[in-house]
Design a protein around this ligand. Structure first.
Ligand SMILES: Nc1ncnc2c1ncn2[C@@H]1O[C@H](COP(=O)(O)OP(=O)(O)OP(=O)(O)O)[C@@H](O)[C@H]1O
Ligand SMILES: [Mg+2]
Length: 258
């Protein structure tokens, strides 16, 4: 019997005015799997992530996470059930330090106990220390360069470093499912290679983590994805291995311009 999927989304439909940004799309991600979502600009990739993470409520279809229906659940509750993401346009707090950005990520899954510092200051201090230690360990795991600069404002980081920090922030909530929206956008070849190495290392360290990534760079897709899903005009036009999808005439016409 096939194990229960980590994420099982089916028949998703969402319309903006007259436009169906998603028109019956499904997405499955298993534990330990990397699924790439590709497609031309405006094909519905980010919208798919927005529906899965509860930012948008679909007009039709359902999102099932670890066997539980989470369709229409608000984003913070979906996050608490183990889904973390990065955004196409970074949403870091640029005036906060590198470390503070990761600490904020830790709040994603764990409900803060606001009164605890007043009623039980010692255990509150201990919890705070534990979270800070975890955040530093995470920075060390993903990027020693970021660790050295952990008290510097995020504003001082290069674009590639900001994306790495965004990844740390997402991982800080200890997710089961990680969604990356164009993680290599704006990176040069060397930075892209480093990103791929990081994702591979991440898979080794966290073999149960499921990852879905939206990517335009086919080198990244080929190098990382176990399975590829191609969208066009809000519909799935192909699914399979990189070779299968890249060889699909519909994909070539829609996406690769061949
Ligand atoms: N909040 C919104 N309001 C109105 N239209 C939207 C909204 N979000 C997405 N759309 C539209 O839905 C379609 C799909 O957008 P989406 O951002 O999902 O595309 P994408 O595949 O991520 O594209 P890109 O590769 O450029 O990031 C586009 O036509 C977009 O303009
Ligand atoms: Mg997008």
């Amino acid at each position: 019997m096939k194990p229960e999927p980590l994420l099982f989304a089916e028949d998703l439909v969402i319309r903006f005015g007259g436009l169906a940004a998603l028109d019956g799309v499904g997405l499955r991600v298993d534990r330990g799997e990397v699924v790439a979502v590709i497609g031309p600009n405006g094909s519905g990739k980010t919208t798919l992530f927005n529906v899965v993470t509860g930012l948008y409520r679909p007009h039709r279809g359902r999102v099932v996470l670890k066997g539980q229906d989470v369709t229409g659940l608000p984003a913070h509750l979906v996050a608490r059930r183990g889904v973390a993401r990065t955004f196409q346009i970074s949403r870091l707090f640029l005036d906060l330090s590198v470390l503070d950005n990761v600490l904020l990520g830790c709040l994603g899954r764990h409900r803060p106990r606001w009164l605890e510092p007043l009623v039980r200051p010692h255990s509150s201090d201990r919890r705070l220390r534990e979270v800070a230690e975890r955040a530093v360990a995470l920075l060390e795991e993903v990027s020693p360069e970021l660790t050295v600069r952990c008290y510097r404002p995020a504003r001082e980081l290069t674009l590639a470093e900001r994306r790495r920090l965004d990844l740390c922030r997402a991982l800080a909530s200890d997710p089961d499912l990680l969604l990356l929206d164009e993680p290599s956008a704006g990176m040069d070849v060397r930075e892209t290679q480093a990103l791929m190495d990081e994702v591979r290392a991440l898979r080794e360290r966290r073999p149960d983590l499921g990852i879905a990534l939206i990517e335009h760079d086919m080198t990244v897709v080929r190098g990382l994805a176990d399975r590829v899903v191609a969208l066009n005009y809000g519909r799935k036009i192909a699914e399979g291995t990189f070779e299968e999808v890249a060889g699909s005439p519909e994909v070539r016409e829609a996406y690769l311009g061949a």
